[in-house]
Design a protein around this ligand. Sequence first.
Ligand SMILES: Cc1ncc(COP(=O)(O)O)c(C=O)c1O
Length: 415
Amino acid sequence: MAHLALAGGPPLRQKPFPHWPIWDQEEVDAVQAVVSSGRWGATQGTEVRHFEEEFAAYQDATYGIAVVNGTVALKLALTAAGIGVGDEVIVPGYTFVATATAALEIGAVPVFADIDPHTYTLDPEHAAACITPRTRAIVPVHLGGRPADMEAIRSLAQRHDLMIIEDAAQAWGASWMDAKVGTLGDIGGFSFQASKNITAGEGGMMLCNDPAIGEMARSLSNCGRQPDGLWYAHYVLGGNYRLSEFHGAILRVQLRRYPEHLQRRQANAAHLERGLAEVEGIATLHQDRRVTSNAYHIFFFQYRAEAFGGVPKDRFIKALQAEGITGAHGGYSLPVYRQPVMQADNFGLATRPLFHGVYPHTPDYRTVALPVTDRACDEEAIWIRHNLLLGDRQDIDDIVEAVLKIQQYHDELQA
Ligand SMILES: Cc1ncc(COP(=O)(O)O)c(C=O)c1O
């Protein structure tokens, strides 16, 4: 009789993990209050404004500008930082597509640097090797909630006079050397999309400390208006990227609940680290002491197929899921530079209006190969979603047990 669930045996667990999003009557009341108020837009009510203030205070930032999503936050953050057509922007290859497409959408050119194999965040040395006379900015991604090496990135930016736009879409409450992310560079972007640890279904936020950048970001998000200008006077090429009061109201409740969730995720992540450290063929990421808070949107571990009889990553994931570890995932299946949109024909089509006649150096991403990023996508990176870290110790032990079970009976997975 088979032991592994994927081979027809009994699953290790059937109990569901905590479901995401977590909400209660507070969110319902908050939305109901907005409905009843009749003030549904941020220019009428106070929910979004209060959320901006509260989130900025939580992240120790001076300015918070809420927008419709994290992609827009990055796009406007780049623009507010002075990045535009033809400027090269260094981004990691291992990230969500929006880190790069936000740059493309404003006519800037993403240049892909590899990630550090021990942290999955931007490799500062490789980023340095990507610098050309056209480089204007660097976009570290605090992937999974783990801050990138901001010490090295800041020194690189200083040496080459580059702006730093943090992609903190997954990093609420994360800190580097006790300083919260989002304002470790010039401006940062956050996401509150449905899968995120603080969510209203959609939403985004820019944070910065510089008043000029903050004012520009605000204006870009509000149709190019100025604070003291007339409603129908538009000064810069902005758009309506404002968040609604419904979103603001939910996000305020989510933020109040967040510190306890963050603590629980961190405690369970530490337990999971210890458990997985005992498993041959599984590596956890490097715990850099300078990462003083990891938001654990994703708990990563690295899978070595050799220790599992050569079972490929995809099959290992399926086996884990079948055992009841439903939040295990293979993560980004392609590096951003291998996404169809970035390959020559599609890339030309998608970006022709932006680059045509303006920028002669249209990059050819078919030639990009970043070994650590490629390996993470193809063979190695396993993601555990953040909601699994909101359970109890038994939930965490089950993840380790499921990995051990697959290792013991990997023969059952051979085709
Ligand atoms: C690393 C990263 N950057 C950018 C984004 C874009 O955020 P959104 O989905 O809110 O547009 C996301 C979220 O999906 C993300 O994970």
